[in-house]
Design a protein around this ligand. Sequence first.
Ligand SMILES: [Zn+2]
Length: 495
Amino acid sequence: MAARRILAGGIAQESHSFNPILTGRDSFTITEGAEAVRRARGTNSTLGGIIAAAEAAGAEVTVPVMFRAQSGGPVEDAVFAEVKAAMLDAARKGNFDAIALPLHGGMLTPALHDPEGVLIQELRAIVGPAVPITAAFDLHAHVTPATLNACDVLAGYLTNPHADQGATGRRAGDAAFAMLDGRLDPVLAWAHLPMLTLGNDRTDEAPLQGLHARARAAVEAGKVYDTSIFNAQQFLDVPGLGQVVMAYGNGRSEEAEVLVAALAAELWAAREALIGTYPGLEECLARAVAGTPRPLILGDQGDRVAAGAPGDSTVTLHALLNLGTEIPAAVPITDAEGVARCRAAGVGAAVTVTVGGRYSTAAPPVTLTGEVVAAGEGASLVYAGPAEKGQRAHVGPYAVLRAGKLTVVLTAFPYAYIDPEYYRAMGVEPAKQRVVITRSGYHFTLNYAAIGECITVDTPGMSSYRVAELPFTVARPFYPLDDLDVTPQVRLRRR
Ligand SMILES: [Zn+2]
């Protein structure tokens, strides 16, 4: 028998409805063909997991394109159209045995609320109902009926902070082969809840830890084939925003229905407990001034690039400048003009630049005088992990400004700094600081754990969990902004 052939690839980005800066093609790391497979093989990524599943089954993987970007504003329609055209063209010509897609599930374009659903539906229209289509999504995906109807098995990350990207891709890939082998006849039971989780939503802590344990036990006992609990990205102003709980039975639905009904009821009952609180920035900085055994690595809750915010908030920079004393600290600010001015002045030059606060309005821009200690373009890095260990990324134009003990890292594009290698790529050692700011709320806590004490701080801004301050329109009604009385309904989908 000739080796089976699997189509994989696509686009992965998490969007933020209220970030006005569209995500363009130059924000993506793009790989194609054999190079895409070679680069993803062995990495803790969804594509890496799909490749591992295929190679374990002796199958070939074809990746027409893989576009990956960090979170940000909606993706330009032309970028999504380019990816979709490449995937559909491959599906038309390829005569593939199955399709397994490493996507995010929480992307937007100006024209589309659910581009991933559109991609999966159009692939389904080409290959017909018999060819298995599976997908791996982020836990923060906005999962729609369109996706669930067109996709045979959807696997979501089971961890937040996310550590199981590769394992999720493996689940999606293995499901496609199980279907091809006749070992799996997926029957989906799912429920939607119009609510948001807002901060107390790590999967290694209550209440989500208990739900995941219950779901995992059902899989291990053979009652269901696979489960996912999606806690949607909170800044998507889309119809049907909320939670999706799902389980696949193998050939039968009863146990999956019972499990989903129980998990959905438990999730709805836990809605108040899923809203977290965070320590204040000032109290954390006061601790840093007094001295802590290890650096404080602070996640700027209000301007999380990891959640799609612009990364140019000056709230933390103002607070550090207003301390009245200097401590070694590193702060990242997205500011293309500031980068250009520093690069024009050159390394070693003294400059005065006004940075940040162009899109984030929680604090005004800051005028700094300092020395340009590093500058460049295209610095590459490999995530030290554990989250996304081995993942490659690059930093576009940048300049590092030193003002006394303060290091301000200016970049033309936003980054979440979820891995310390971002700083190191620009010549800044985070372990030598007393305070390091990241633009992440969860994921940095895994990758900086070896360096310092990781704390997400309550700061205002576009990605603050004070969602009442955001201009939601079409996503409502949802808890906690609306007073709702919900009895979860379990729905079924058979192939
Ligand atoms: Zn996520």
